[in-house]
Design a binder for this molecule. Structure first.
Ligand code: RIB
Ligand code: CA
Length: 313
């Protein structure tokens, strides 16, 4: 397909990251130039192992996986084993990966890949803390105007935070990296908790996945069965929010989403609100918009897309 969209997925798998990666691997509209891993849900060694497990589950062991930052720019690493389990990919028992980790580190891979393609060709898809993206922009500021877009899962505003009352996990873990990314001048599409909390898995939606009867769909359902339990208990809902696949679904079917161009600033001073994404939704500051902030989703269309695509693997 000549109009395939070239993407780099930056990720901290994580069950929801896994579904996002599977959705991308199942979608011929996307050319995955590489997967870069970052410390987040679990330490870097595990996120890098998990990314390879997912590629092999999808039957795509040729996918380049590059390991990146093992900790945030300035703060100590905060992980989320209580959500994702000690492996970061609890649920199904996936085999140890045999595919290699690429020798080039993730940051240099991002820099070299963006430089090697025409301006506006490569889209970055961060699904975890923004440490790798920030390091690439700091090390090679020349890539900023060459990046097509950064389509990321992170932040929250009307929905508040999921790690502190003010901050969502990806931004909270590395707020300084997020500040670097949101002030780099690269076009951003932001999928915050305000939209991901409207994309709830449910027993019926997981049943639809299981009904496909394929190894990938069975594994995906098992991943989500485990992942959901924490948020179901926390929010008292049938099912939990499916965060990271919103990034890939936006690339495939942007019409499933709606949002608004807003100025977004990142709190990096106050410990009380550290990592808060301050979204000027009502444009009271008159500051220029630096992100398209998604707030609505067609959840039925979203899950139909996921089930249809994962069944292809
Ligand atoms: O807050 C949700 C985000 O944090 C998701 O990306 C999830 O995988 C975790 O990284
Ligand atoms: Ca993630």
């Amino acid at each position: 397909m000549s109009d395939r969209r070239a993407i780099i997925i930056d990720t901290d798998p994580g069950q929801d990251d896994a579904i996002a990666i599977l959705l991308a691997l199942a979608s011929p509209e996307l050319e995955i130039l590489g997967i870069t891993t970052v410390a987040g849900n679990v330490p870097l060694e595990l996120t890098t192992k998990n990314a390879r497990k997912i590629c092999e589950l999808a039957g795509r062991p040729e996918t380049p996986v590059h390991a990146g930052a093992s900790r945030p720019l300035m703060r100590r690493l905060v992980t989320a084993e209580h959500v994702h389990g000690k492996t970061g990919l609890d649920g199904p028992d996936l085999p140890e990966p045999t595919m290699p980790v690429q020798p080039q580190n993730a940051v240099d891979f991002i820099i070299d890949t963006v430089r090697a393609h025409p301006d506006g060709h490569v889209t970055l898809c961060p699904l975890g803390p923004l440490t790798n993206i920030a390091l690439a922009l700091i090390k090679a500021p020349d890539i900023a105007p060459k990046i097509a877009r950064i389509v990321l899962m992170g932040g929250g505003f009307f929905e508040g935070g999921n790690t502190t009352p003010a901050a969502e996990f990806n931004i909270y873990v590395d707020p300084h990296a997020a500040h670097t990314v949101f002030t780099a001048g690269v076009p951003i599409v932001m999928a915050p908790l305000d939209v991901t909390h409207k994309a709830l898995t449910s027993n019926a939606r997981l049943d639809a996945l299981r009904a496909k009867g394929t190894p990938v769909c069975d594994a995906a359902a098992a991943l989500l069965d485990f992942f959901d339990r924490y948020d179901e208990e926390k929010y008292g809902t049938d099912g939990g929010p499916l965060h990271d696949p919103c990034v890939i679904a936006y690339l495939l079917r942007p019409e499933l989403f709606s949002g608004r161009d807003c100025h977004v600033a990142i709190e990096t001073g106050s410990e009380l609100t550290m990592g808060m994404t301050v979204v000027d939704w009502w444009r009271v500051t008159k500051k220029p918009a630096n992100a398209n902030v998604l707030r609505e989703i067609d959840a039925t269309g979203f899950f139909d897309l996921i089930v249809e695509r994962l069944a292809r693997l």
